[in-house]
Write a protein that binds this ligand. Structure first.
Ligand SMILES: Cc1cc2nc3c(=O)[nH]c(=O)nc-3n(C[C@H](O)[C@H](O)[C@H](O)COP(=O)(O)OP(=O)(O)OC[C@H]3O[C@@H](n4cnc5c(N)ncnc54)[C@H](O)[C@@H]3O)c2cc1C
Length: 287
């Protein structure tokens, strides 16, 4: 329960036509039923029930008093997201029901690809606000349309274009980030949650010693992409005969689930062919 003088920003929510559905109120009968599963607790005025980032202790059913959900905006100002005032109202959402950490503070995402877009859509359901930093001028250049259209209608997602993240600051946790915006304007934003989606790095350094050749980014070369590859070499075979690479780790592959699965199916035939060739060259009694 909080009784600090923080601005109330949820006034408009109460006028919402589906407010009663969004914030249902239990009847006296329901309260008596639920009581058996709960424990009666008293809280002092101003006491914090739980903080963003901590595990939710469960659901709070209000018998008397007020409970405010307070978040911070991108400038670090506190504001009330919602106030529970009636007996029978309860604080509960998916994060509480699933016992996952509550993230109600604003979050910052960096990246303009599909991964960032999916994260933005997902986090918008949990965070008070999602700020998306991209270096380009528009999401359309780098993100699928189904995601840009969803992001465009999410009221709590702001896309900041032509922004370059420069530095992070904080102690035990992240406190703020520094960035350079369009025209070289420098700025900083208070945030405690940063998600970075700026591309994948293949975990292939360990292949360096065994003769499997990779491209300049570390993705594994296969088939005709291997320098000096023999003619008709299997398309998924690496520079080492009998060693194959499929999916995201393969240089030039389409980084999608369907293509990874397809290559997984295709490689079986190529492995069979190589094994058949090996059997053909083996003399009886040598294996
Ligand atoms: C956030 C995000 C969202 C995405 N959304 C979509 C989408 O909507 N649709 C879509 O089609 N694709 C999507 N993708 C891409 C998709 O996930 C990949 O293309 C696909 O998973 C590739 O499959 P894979 O088997 O090649 O690699 P992965 O699924 O990455 O599997 C590789 C596995 O190898 C393990 N590994 C790595 N190194 C080693 C090692 N040395 N020893 C043992 N194991 C190791 C890894 O831990 C991992 O489990 C998304 C990707 C990301 C990151």
């Amino acid at each position: 329960m909080v009784d600090n003088p923080v601005p109330e920003d949820d006034a408009g929510v109460r006028e919402h036509p589906r407010y009663a559905q969004m914030f249902p109120v239990l009847t006296e009968e329901d309260i008596q039923r639920v009581r058996r599963f709960g424990r009666l607790s008293h809280f002092a005025v101003g006491e914090c029930l739980y903080r963003a980032g901590s595990l939710c202790p469960g659901m709070f059913l209000i018998l008397s008093g007020k409970v405010r959900i307070v978040g911070r905006d991108g400038l670090g100002h506190e504001r009330v997201l919602h106030t529970y005032t009636q007996r029978g109202e309860f604080t509960s959402d998916v994060t509480q029901l699933s016992n996952k950490p509550a993230v109600v503070e604003p979050v910052l995402l960096v990246g303009g690809g599909n991964s960032a877009g999916q994260a933005a859509v997902f986090l918008a359901a949990h965070a008070e606000h999602v700020h998306l930093f991209i270096r380009g001028t528009s999401l359309e250049h780098s993100m699928s349309r189904y995601l840009t259209e969803r992001i465009a209608v999410l009221p709590n997602v702001t896309v900041h274009t032509r922004v370059d993240l420069r530095a992070l600051e904080g102690g035990a946790r992240l406190e703020r980030v520094y960035y350079r915006g369009a025209g070289g304007v420098e700025g900083c934003m208070t945030t405690h949650h940063l998600f970075v989606f700026i591309g994948a790095a293949p975990n292939t350094a360990w292949l360096a010693t065994c003769g499997v050749q990779r491209d300049e980014k570390g993705f594994v070369l296969t088939g005709a992409e291997v320098p000096d590859a023999a003619p008709h070499v299997p398309s998924l075979q690496t520079s080492l005969e009998g060693v194959f690479a499929i999916g995201d780790v393969r240089s030039g592959s389409i980084k999608r689930v369907a293509s990874a699965v397809g290559e997984g199916a295709a490689v079986v035939a190529q492995i069979h062919a190589v094994l058949a060739g090996m059997r053909g060259t083996c003399q009886p009694g040598t294996r």
